[in-house]
Design a protein around this ligand. Structure first.
Ligand code: NAP
Length: 327
């Protein structure tokens, strides 16, 4: 298999798409610490997070490109000459995917096809690690692993599955080093407030501060496997440095309901959940995923990867963070 192996990561050049997202910023920091030269691709003319990123990871080089624009990807690859690309760029909010399904498919589904074509054209030895998602499993019963049937339940899940199959197809068709990390939900204080765990920890902090009166949520009985984002980006690096391209589930192996998460956060604030929680049917999705819980045995066996933080600690980290920001 072409490209650099695990002993040659020093002086490696990595390109990250989706650099301004939760995972991109953590990954840039970890790669810089490990000795990589790191490039991050930002879209738009003047990205609001460019300055923040540059302060966070001073060694980071920022370049402009968009997964919707094939020529911009070719130019970015020519300019940065990466040996490894981490494709994290995507529209990532499941709820939004019902409102703009075609845009979701263009960016999240077709984006990686454009990137793979650019890699094939510029340098087929570039390694690619692509961020796949547990949403691809949808209605398949847990625990889910790399052999579980995919059965997505949203335009986001369908777009992610298309991207996943495209990566596997290019690996098999052209012998490219193209891997996927099938990541289950992972979070941190850098996760957007539209995602349910951040919405809960942030809104309850505001209720505690007397600035909000309600927490409105849709389905409380969906079960998810929540992990800690820095653990997952470490997994992405290990996948890039592994001897062979492959698909790996990254998860914690535990699942908890949204209801349980809500209760824990209200308990931490010593507030009565029944006084503030409002079930809002308008927030329910046309189709939902009931239960996701990953088996990360393959990543543990082949990469030595394990999650370090579990549900209880993660909820506490987020709750304390969102309260300290307000207090
Ligand atoms: P995120 O915070 O939403 O970041 C996604 C990034 O993609 C954003 O910085 C966004 O740029 C960028 N992007 C959007 N459209 C783009 C385009 N047309 N061209 C280039 N970049 C574009 O997501 P994340 O949580 O870091 O997740 C990283 C990856 O892992 C995503 O592919 C996601 O689907 C996947 N994943 C995440 C989870 C999770 O629980 N976090 C679980 C499974 C899989 P702007 O800043 O300009 O909007």
């Amino acid at each position: 298999m072409g490209g650099p192996g695990p002993d040659t990561v020093r002086d490696m050049r990595a390109l990250i798409t989706g650099i301004a997202g939760q995972d991109g910023s953590y990954l840039a920091g970890q790669l810089a610490m490990a000795g990589y030269e790191v490039y991050g691709m930002l879209r738009g003319q003047r990205h609001p997070k460019a300055e923040w990123l540059q302060e966070l990871v001073p060694e980071l080089h920022l370049v402009q490109g968009d997964l919707l624009d094939q020529s911009s990807l070719i130019n970015v690859l020519k300019e940065t000459e990466p040996q490894v690309i981490f494709n994290l760029g995507a529209l990532t909010y499941v709820g939004m995917s019902w409102q703009q399904p075609a845009l979701m498919t263009e960016v999240t589904g077709l984006g990686v096809l454009r990137l793979l074509e650019a890699i094939r054209m510029i340098n087929p030895d570039i390694r690619l690690v692509h961020a796949s998602s547990s949403e691809q499993f949808g209605s398949s019963a847990p625990p889910q692993d790399e052999t579980t049937r995919f059965w997505p339940r949203s335009p986001y899940g369908v777009a992610k599955l298309m991207a996943h199959h495209t990566v596997v197809n290019y690996r098999e068709s052209y012998g490219m080093f193209a891997s996927t990390a099938i990541m289950f939900n992972h979070t941190s204080p850098r996760r957007g407030l539209e995602f349910v765990e951040r919405k809960i920890t942030n809104t309850v902090a505001w209720i505690h501060a007397g600035r909000h009166t309600q927490l409105r949520l849709g389905n409380l009985d969906s079960y998810r496997d929540w992990g800690w984002a820095p653990d997952y980006v470490k997994g992405l690096r290990l996948i890039a440095e592994h001897s062979d391209p492959d698909d790996f589930v990254l998860a914690t192996g535990e699942m908890h309901s949204v209801r349980e998460l809500v209760q824990k956060v209200f308990d931490w604030h010593k507030l009565p959940v029944e006084q503030f929680l409002v079930h809002d049917p308008a927030l329910e999705r046309p189709a939902d995923v009931e239960a996701l819980c990953g088996n990360y045995g393959k990543a543990e066996r082949l990469l030595g990867w394990q999650p370090t933080l579990r549900f209880e600690q993660i909820v506490e980290e987020l709750t304390v963070h969102d309260w300290q920001v307000l207090a």
